[in-house]
Design a protein around this ligand. Structure first.
Ligand SMILES: [Zn+2]
Length: 369
């Protein structure tokens, strides 16, 4: 294992030697022998699964951060167990699940990229703390007919995911989750403010920084909330999240495009008693959308029948298509033709790789454990 010098949660050098399991021990026990090897996707060139012993998925963390996040693990465990039973969860439970998926997604990104010896030369610019509950996010839940227990992460091996850990899939026994979080992917369709232009600085002082301009908002919900068409999940939940900037002078927070504390639409559409600007959860049904105002309301599983039932391989392939879809959201910003050319080549390569993985999943029956 590569020696790393930062805490996965806060990015600072870990104060006391504490270990964080990116895939928690309770989850490994729930899905098989905790000493087994975990599949982390597919190496297309070598035609083999990319696998790690779960023991290698351990990174340093501060004691304080570790304690804080072990509370989240404690909360999410009964939630995952209930999902495996197809038991209804509350709206609040799903908020917790989305937090946990942010943690696992970013944790796998940091961990994988370190385990692989940083193949793409990326210096992590954020850690779990700085990415949790920060951008629009959703979860799609698919119950499957899978008889064998097992745990698989999908999409975390791609060049696209290395660039931005936006979308991944997680199979836990007989349930498959697609989780995604990225900049303004559906805020606008929930009636929240959204930038008409999103430009990514490719070089210079602001390299890697996203420039968002010209905010608009309709104050109306549109169905479907998200423009990427997924195979019908049993539960599909969206949570828009407003972004903000913190003043370097007085640390004051300014929300981009609107103020959730005074705008009546945003006030009604955001959660109270949490960090400001975090939207309520919206449920997408086949032909309409509901904003789930009651945190204690139960979210029942929708039945999936006939042609709506898809083989596991087709469900998994959506993760790779989704990553490609998300890639197209940003306009590159640079004065250098060379840099732009390099960016375009990389985008093309990411798409090609994802397309070939998508094909192999669609052609194969179901992915092996
Ligand atoms: Zn820390």
């Amino acid at each position: 294992m590569v020696d790393i010098k930062f805490c996965v949660f806060c990015g600072k050098p870990p104060q006391s030697k504490n270990k964080e399991h990116i895939l928690p021990q309770w989850l490994l026990k729930l899905t098989g022998d905790p000493n087994r090897v975990v599949s982390m996707g597919y190496n297309h060139k070598r035609k083999t699964d990319i696998s790690f012993s779960w023991k290698s998925l351990v990174t340093p963390a501060c004691e304080e951060c570790n304690t804080e996040y072990s509370c989240l693990e404690g909360e999410v465990r009964p939630i995952v167990e209930a999902l495996l039973e197809r038991a209804p969860l509350t709206v609040d439970n799903y908020s917790t699940l989305l937090d946990w998926l942010d943690k696992v997604r970013v944790g796998l990104w940091l961990n994988y990229h370190l385990l692989m010896g940083n193949p793409t030369g990326i210096k992590p610019s954020f850690y779990i703390n700085s990415r949790l509950r920060k951008k629009d996010r959703f979860v799609a839940i698919y119950p499957t007919q899978e008889k064998n227990i097992g745990l698989n992460a999908h999409g975390v091996e791609t060049l696209s995911f290395h660039g931005a850990p936006s979308a991944f899939g997680l199979r836990i026994n007989n349930i498959f989750l697609i989780n995604c979080s990225s900049d303004y992917i559906f805020s606008g369709r929930c009636g929240f403010p959204y930038p008409v232009s999103m430009q990514l600085h490719l070089d210079g002082e602001s390299s890697g920084h996203l420039q968002v301009d010209n905010f608009k908002s309709t104050g109306k919900i549109k169905s479907p909330i998200f423009n990427f068409k997924l195979h019908k999940p049993s539960v599909l939940l969206f949570q828009p999240i407003m972004q903000s900037v913190i003043s370097e002078i007085d640390q004051s927070i300014t929300f981009l495009g609107g103020n959730p504390a005074v705008d009546p639409y945003l006030l009604a559409s955001t959660k109270q008693g949490m960090q400001p600007g975090v939207g309520k959860i919206y449920r997408q049904f086949k032909d309409h959308v509901s904003r789930l105002d009651d945190e204690n309301a139960k979210v029942e599983f929708d039945t999936i029948t006939g042609s709506e039932c898809r083989p596991a391989g087709q469900l998994v392939s959506q993760v790779y298509e989704l990553q490609t879809f998300l890639q197209g959201a940003y306009t590159p910003l640079t004065e250098s033709l060379e840099v732009r050319k390099h960016w375009n080549q990389r985008q093309k390569l990411m798409k090609q790789l994802n397309r070939s993985i998508t094909k192999s999943y669609i052609n194969a029956s179901s992915p092996k454990n």
